[in-house]
Design a protein around this ligand. Structure first.
Ligand code: IMP
Length: 367
């Protein structure tokens, strides 16, 4: 039995590779629409985003003052093979939809929306977010390909499954975010947990920045400043960096600013610990402290924050949580090394937490 619907209404979902001719097709359709009484339409959706695989259907958005005279508005479009989808069928009360059919296939969608509608704002915001944010674009591309394979014959199921991703991306975009100039994921997790969920901390990788910033200076302050100003120059965005050192009293403050590379450029945590314990031998003076310096570059002004955690060095490593020198450092007020603590426990004492608290206190006066 033949289907009661035209072929284009039920065609399976196919995700095509990005096509550089999509913007030109959109422009041609926009021009046609303007001659048919719909001026100022915008190219939206995935075909408006460079380098994004998409259903090869051009989505256009036009804003109209009301849906009252919709029949009169769509009538001229019918002659150019634009098919009006009745709202009962479309089931999206916030828009009116037309589908342009070419060679029995959907070529374009025209979404008619009202000014100030939340859905209209979201469409535009999400498109702009995808254009700006390469990692988000890559995640979205992978999701769409997976969903298209899973729901090839169910356009509604495909669309619903995408909706959650879009909601999350928009919620993230609404939250203030700040770049943390580091590639150390441990530090990102520690700082995010110290800051809480009012502000989203994004690593260099998540910001799409692939560089290893040198730490050439002989103070934590100068290295922190170098890192935040490098990223600020690159992005023009607010950002912060931190530099941390372990200062052992009996070693005259070593390894200090050299903590990461104490035993050489391989930056091995094990080798660094070995060198430190060998240097300290059985010296009874085990006093040490972690010192963190945060450099915040905010609205073109630098602010420095310091956090210190006093403690002592164990004779041998104990525990394997955390990172770096955690297994040999016991903070004042506890008997366990940081290597035996959960992140929450470490954060009760941590140098990084103390510096982050000041950062947050400052940002709260600004946001
Ligand atoms: P940087 O701030 O990345 O230069 O860190 C210097 C080095 O200090 C790191 O490679 C770690 O070995 C060590 N370090 C920094 N923070 C901590 C910490 O919270 N626990 C243990 N070691 C740390």
């Amino acid at each position: 039995m033949s289907s009661p619907f035209p072929k284009w209404a039920t065609e399976p979902i196919r995700i095509a590779d990005p096509d550089p001719t999509w913007p030109e097709k959109a422009r041609r359709l926009q021009h046609q629409l303007s001659t048919l009484g719909i001026p100022n339409s915008e190219h939206i959706g995935s075909t408006a985003v460079p380098d994004l695989p998409a259903k090869p259907i051009i989505d256009l958005l036009a804003t109209i003052p009301s849906f009252d005279n919709i029949e009169a508005l769509v009538e001229p479009l019918r002659h150019e093979d634009w098919h009006y989808v009745p709202p009962e069928l479309d089931q999206r009360p916030y828009r009116r939809l037309l589908i342009k059919v070419e060679n029995e296939k959907r070529a374009a969608h025209l979404h008619l929306m009202l000014p100030h509608s939340v859905e209209r704002e979201a469409e535009i915001l999400f498109r702009n977010l995808l254009i700006r944010n390469q990692p988000l674009r890559a995640q979205y591309a992978a999701l769409k390909k997976g969903l298209a394979a899973e729901h090839a014959d169910d356009r509604e199921a495909y669309t619903n499954a995408k909706t959650q991703f879009i909601k999350n991306a928009l919620a993230m975009a609404a939250k203030p975010r700040i770049i943390f100039a580091t590639n150390n994921q441990h530090k990102v997790i520690e700082i995010q947990s110290a800051i809480g969920d009012k502000l989203e901390v994004i690593s260099l990788k998540a910001a799409g920045i692939d560089i290893d910033i040198p730490e050439p200076h002989d103070t934590l302050e100068a290295n922190a400043t170098e890192k935040s100003s490098t990223i600020h120059k690159l992005t023009n965005d607010n950002c912060f960096s931190e530099d941390t050192g372990l200062e052992v009293m009996a070693l005259g403050g070593e390894p200090g600013v050299l903590s990461a590379r104490y035993a050489g450029e391989t930056r091995s945590f094990e080798e660094n610990i070995k060198k430190l314990l060998t240097g300290l031998g059985d010296n009874p003076d085990r006093r040490a402290r972690f010192r963190t310096v945060i450099s915040l570059n905010y609205n073109n002004t630098e602010h420095l924050f310091e956090g210190i955690c006093e403690g002592r060095i164990l004779p041998a490593p104990d525990g394997d949580d955390g990172f770096g020198y955690d297994p040999i450092f016991v903070p004042e007020g506890d008997t366990r090394s940081f290597g035996r603590m959960t992140l929450e426990e470490k954060n009760r004492y941590s140098h990084r937490r103390k510096a982050a608290d000041q950062l947050v206190a400052f940002l709260q006066t600004q946001i």
